[in-house]
Design a protein around this ligand. Structure first.
Ligand SMILES: Cc1cc2nc3c(=O)[nH]c(=O)nc-3n(C[C@H](O)[C@H](O)[C@H](O)COP(=O)(O)OP(=O)(O)OC[C@H]3O[C@@H](n4cnc5c(N)ncnc54)[C@H](O)[C@@H]3O)c2cc1C
Length: 331
């Protein structure tokens, strides 16, 4: 029986949310096919304690590569260790997150497996015995459906495209040990220091709610309503490229084709027109609320809730009302 493989992302000894999403996606493909198993490779140091959790989240097989030299392993080391193992398993489908880590590993792993890469899948399905990935292309203007030709594919899955299924603590899994060959963990670049960015705000990648501001805010010094609403909702702050290019906000907050792709449960767009290059970075959000003075702005057509008016009037009133209802820090 063949296996859909995934790769765990681990940080500080804990599974990152994308791992849960990948296992949910792989599990539903395996269940739909009726003939596939789900395997996950976990790589790091002293990570054996994660095995029961990986099993409960849907893995039939947990393959562990555990060694001191694998702590915080860079992408080339991951590919060198995982590649031969997956080759031995005759892996045909490997799901990675479309995250900084997953994107870094995908190409290297595909070369080792001599297979293709399907990037940024937002939906996966089994059709006629094949795994079909749906992804957005041409800056989000079109959707394409792709299947692996030849030897299979490494597929990167967009974070939050899959709703994680609840774990089943009674599920058990088979554990395999990946042997770590001499020299396979040699690093070409040594990381001297890892520093967590100190931020008082929620990070965009993890945020369930994003409040983003555009040129319609009117200036760097007029971004207060974006920050206040974000604080009230426990949200991350995002921005359009026009705002970043003007130097009002840092590039790490830019959402869109040349910025971050986000898919939060709630996306609030303040004074953003909704150019296609912006939409491609946020259109898969669960609920979209747009506040714009122009009822005809493109963002209003993709919004679930569209309010026409001045952000500087609507947002303070909204924050006051939320506060009155007991929502947020100011409540
Ligand atoms: C190759 C390429 C890549 C790009 N990548 C990105 C990207 O990654 N991300 C991105 O965002 N853009 C990107 N762009 C730029 C994109 O095309 C738009 O120019 C940009 O998104 C516009 O930003 P904006 O909506 O903030 O500004 P505008 O288009 O100027 O829109 C401002 C909006 O605010 C509204 N407004 C004005 N005043 C108020 C008010 N007081 N209250 C409420 N509403 C108000 C206006 O009605 C308008 O809709 C890219 C472009 C190219 C060519």
């Amino acid at each position: 029986m063949s296996t859909i493989w995934t790769l765990a992302e681990i940080e500080g000894g804990e599974l990152k949310g994308i791992t849960h999403e990948l296992l949910t996606a792989a599990r539903s493909l395996a269940d739909a096919s009726g003939s596939l198993k789900v395997g996950i490779v976990a790589l790091g140091h002293e990570i054996g304690g994660l095995v029961p959790q990986l099993g409960s989240l849907g893995a039939d097989i947990v393959a562990l590569a555990d060694a001191p030299s694998l702590a915080n392993a860079p992408a080339d080391v991951v590919a060198r260790v995982v590649g031969p193992f997956l080759q031995g398993q005759q892996a045909r489908t490997v799901l990675l997150g479309h995250t900084a880590t997953g994107k870094d590993i995908a190409g290297r792993l595909a070369v080792r497996l001599d297979c293709g890469v399907i990037a940024d899948a937002t939906e996966l399905a089994v059709e006629g015995g094949k795994i079909v990935a749906t992804r957005s292309i041409f800056g989000g203007g079109m959707w394409s459906r792709a299947v692996a030709a030849g030897n299979g594919a490494v597929v990167t899955v967009r974070p939050r495209a899959v709703t994680p299924a609840p774990g089943q603590p009674s599920r058990s899994s088979e554990t395999l040990t990946i042997s770590v060959a001499d020299g396979s963990t040699t690093r070409r670049v040594e990381t001297l220091e890892l520093k967590q960015e100190t931020s008082t705000t929620v990070s965009l990648g993890d945020a369930e709610v994003v409040v983003a501001g555009g040129r319609g805010m009117g200036g760097a010094d007029k971004f207060g309503p974006v920050e206040t609403l974000a604080r009230t909702l426990g949200a991350a702050v995002g921005a359009s490229r026009a705002v970043v290019d003007s130097g009002w906000r840092p590039h790490k907050e830019q959402i869109g084709q040349t910025g971050r792709t986000v898919s939060p449960k709630l996306y609030v767009a303040l004074g953003i027109s909704g150019a296609i290059q912006h939409l491609v970075g946020m259109r898969t959000s669960g609920t979209i609320i747009a506040i714009n003075s122009d009822a005809e702005a493109p963002i209003m057509k993709v919004a679930n809730v569209a309010a026409v008016g001045d952000v500087h009037e609507i947002v303070p009133a909204l924050v006051a009302e939320l506060s009155r209802q007991g929502v947020g820090a100011g409540a």
